[in-house]
Design a protein around this ligand. Structure first.
Ligand SMILES: Cc1ncc(COP(=O)(O)O)c(C=O)c1O
Length: 362
């Protein structure tokens, strides 16, 4: 029916085939408007319906109520690195960051441009192979907030249980694992994610926020940088990325249709186990980067005995229809990104390829 390959890229990443087919079917004439969704006004009723439904779908999937808002912004997760301290780090306060990889370092760097920061824990020693234990986390005195990266795309580690710090707002960059399993979302004052890994195409950044955080955004920062601006205008203060939000909503409907977060979480466990078990049973031929208790369900990083073999692996995998497996330069080796839309079939194909490659080259 189609000649699609298995796409293990870290993001932009594979999307559910059903979603692509649906978008294709209604591309020329969106719901009898005689226009495509790419051409529609963001002030029109059809778009307002999408905007509203997407917010409701995210809240439903995460089990969140009226005390939360969902915003659809632009500028990627990288813009959130700056907006968070601009809105929530007042002068005289300190913001705490837990450093588990490149992306948390980048978030910290932006906050350092705005105000006082404190590194509450870091796993830099050992090149971010693990998530810190609760005992390692040392908060500053009354932090304005604590920031974590829930899944470290580059290093392939993921928080299994989220920390809790009483009344201190917890903020998470969930760009690479948002909606990957069920979890207690109310622990978080704010969650944000660029859509292009687990939610849809690039272009929209999802921000999920406790309403109480919207109360005191400083009036001195530019209008577009204030969360309150976007909340008051239902993410329609300026022209939103209409097509990206439309696609996001199709992905959210698909996820609900699959059975929601507990079903997708089980499937993601099953998929990750196919690859981690292959690594563990390879007698040291494949070596994982992450420590076993910190392994990510989304990004599996592994090495082969030599860099030469790693290059051959990536090249031959591509010839076999498995693309995007080359690892990030800061870790080296290979990385298989297996977000919600990656099928069990794709992971089985990768497992078979790994076994076969070892038989031929081991
Ligand atoms: C965990 C994490 N945070 C932030 C980013 C940056 O996202 P964006 O490109 O949307 O700014 C990425 C991108 O890979 C990421 O993996």
């Amino acid at each position: 029916m189609n000649n699609r390959i298995f796409n293990f890229n870290a993001g932009p990443a594979t999307l559910p085939l059903e979603v692509l087919i649906e978008a294709q079917a209604e591309l020329l004439n969106y719901q009898q408007t005689g226009m495509s969704i790419l051409e529609i006004s963001h002030r029109s009723k059809p778009y307002e319906d999408i905007n509203e439904e997407a917010e409701a779908n995210i809240k439903e999937l995460l089990g969140l109520g009226d005390d939360y808002r969902v915003l659809f912004l632009q500028g990627g997760a990288s813009t959130q690195f700056a907006m968070i301290p601009m809105n929530f780090l007042a002068s005289g306060q300190t913001a705490d960051y837990i450093i588990t990889g490149t992306w948390s370092e980048k978030a910290l760097k932006e906050a350092q441009l705005i105000g006082n920061t404190h590194v509450a824990a870091t796993t830099a020693e050992g090149n971010h192979q693990r998530i810190p234990t609760m005992a390692e986390i040392q908060l500053s005195d009354q932090p304005a907030y604590v920031h974590i990266t829930s899944n470290n795309t580059i290093f392939g580690t993921q928080w299994k249980e989220f920390p809790e710090f009483g009344k201190v707002p917890l903020i998470a960059d969930m760009s690479s694992d948002i909606l990957n399993r069920s979890f207690h979302a109310e622990k978080f004052s704010m969650i944000y994610a660029g859509a292009q890994k687990n939610l849809g195409p690039a272009g929209v950044t999802v921000v999920i926020m406790r309403k109480e955080l919207l109360a005191n955004n400083p009036k001195t920062i530019p209008t577009m940088m204030r969360y309150e601006t976007h909340a008051k205008n239902d993410s329609l203060y300026n022209t939103p990325p209409v097509f990206s939000v439309y696609m996001l909503n199709l992905v959210l409907r698909w996820l609900k249709g699959q059975g929601g977060l507990s079903v997708i979480g089980k499937r993601n466990e099953e998929k990750a186990a196919l690859i981690y078990d292959t690594i563990d049973q390879s007698g040291g031929y494949y070596r994982g980067h992450a420590q076993a208790d910190s392994r990510s369900l989304m990004n599996v990083n592994f090495r082969l005995p030599t860099e030469e073999l790693e290059k051959t692996f990536a090249k031959e995998a591509e010839q076999a229809g498995l693309i995007g497996l080359k690892g990030h330069r800061s870790v080296g080796g290979l990385r298989a990104s297996m977000y919600n839309a990656m099928t069990v079939g794709g992971c089985l194909a990768l497992k078979e390829f790994m076994l076969d490659f070892k038989r031929k080259n081991g």
